[in-house]
Design a protein around this ligand. Structure first.
Ligand code: CP
Length: 316
């Protein structure tokens, strides 16, 4: 594996999931394949789980991790090719990326969308420029449109916790939120589950909030949450702003918040969320504090997903 930007970079999802579960059983099974290697972790946006779990994963492989909060500590980057830099940007990505390439063996980056210009966000210019100009493998720690480390974690978690001889029913349900949230977790989860092919997959969201078809293609999309939840084994709760009316927030949709009474129609579903979560907006206290919630288990698996990905890239 050269880069890890989307599911398209992964030749064998089940193999990667098994590798992650092997690391969970024994984090040091591979005897430090990353010794004397350095990983650079660039953050344009906040993070807790991705940042810490990837650092632990790198350490487990013997790598040294250097975190650089570009948004707060770095020069303001220009990404537009041919730009006349007489404004606020100070350094071009074409100049910065090869320097990262000289310092690091693997480059990781987190960058959020602006949610103002859909074409600009979906072009993933920053991450594509880093791939083009750094000359080293690039790992997404969440991009403008996708969150592949989260999605790999989610599939690891479902694989680990569902041991029956049938496919689980997995429902991705939209949740309310007070501000515009990227579509990347929803896009990415849909993309990964569709390619994985080991779940009966249903997406529930209000009208006008369908995710981009490129990612959902293969899933059943329903606009009735209760109908979608019937017989679910896993319910993944997540907000996203509108792709159609780009960045729009849905008003008056508080009744989409997942609560215990809604879970009555499920198959004692396990409830997932990538975190951070707004309690009593996206998910009720009773669900998060109850036996159905596996959000901490899910977050703990972030380490093994990151370790499997980094190890695979080191092998390459
Ligand atoms: N789920 C997730 O990516 O969490 P952080 O934003 O805290 O990294």
């Amino acid at each position: 594996m050269k880069n890890f930007i989307s599911v398209k970079d992964v030749p064998d999802i089940k193999g990667l999931v098994n590798k992650a579960l092997q690391y969970k059983a024994d984090p040091f099974v591979d005897k430090m394949p990353g010794s004397n290697k350095r990983i650079g972790m660039l953050f344009m946006n906040p993070s807790m789980r991705t940042r810490i779990s990837t650092q632990i994963a790198a350490q487990n492989l013997g790598m040294q991790a250097i975190v650089f909060n570009i948004d707060k500590e770095g020069w303001k980057l220009e990404t537009e090719e041919g730009a006349i830099m007489n404004g606020t940007t100070v350094e071009h990505i074409m100049d910065a990326a090869p320097v990262f390439g000289a310092y690091f063996d693997i480059l990781c980056v987190r960058t959020f969308p602006q949610l103002e210009n859909r074409d600009a966000d979906y072009s993933e210019q920053l991450i594509q420029s880093l791939i083009k100009y750094s000359g080293i493998p690039v790992v997404s720690l969440e991009s403008a449109t996708l969150h592949p480390l989260q999605s790999l974690t989610d599939i690891i978690t479902i694989t680990e916790l569902f041991q029956q001889q049938r496919k689980p029913k997995v429902v991705l349900t939209w949740a309310p939120h007070i501000k515009p949230i990227p579509q990347c977790v929803g896009n990415s989860f849909a993309q990964w589950v569709n390619v994985w092919g080991e779940a009966d997959f249903v997406i529930a969201n209000p009208e006008g909030f369908d995710l981009k078809e490129e990612f959902t293609n293969g899933a059943t999309i329903l606009h009735d949450q209760q109908e979608a939840l019937k017989d679910a084994d896993f319910v993944y709760v997540k907000n996203w702003s509108s792709y159609e009316d780009y960045g729009a927030v849905k008003q008056g949709a508080e009744d989409w918040m997942l609560s215990n009474d809604k879970l009555n129609v499920t198959n004692v579903a396990k409830v997932m969320h990538c975190l951070p979560v707004r309690r009593n907006v996206e998910l009720s206290d009773e669900v998060l504090n109850g036996n159905n919630s596996i959000v901490t288990h899910q977050a703990s698996n972030r380490v093994w997903a990151a370790q499997a990905v980094l190890a695979e890239i080191l092998k390459g």
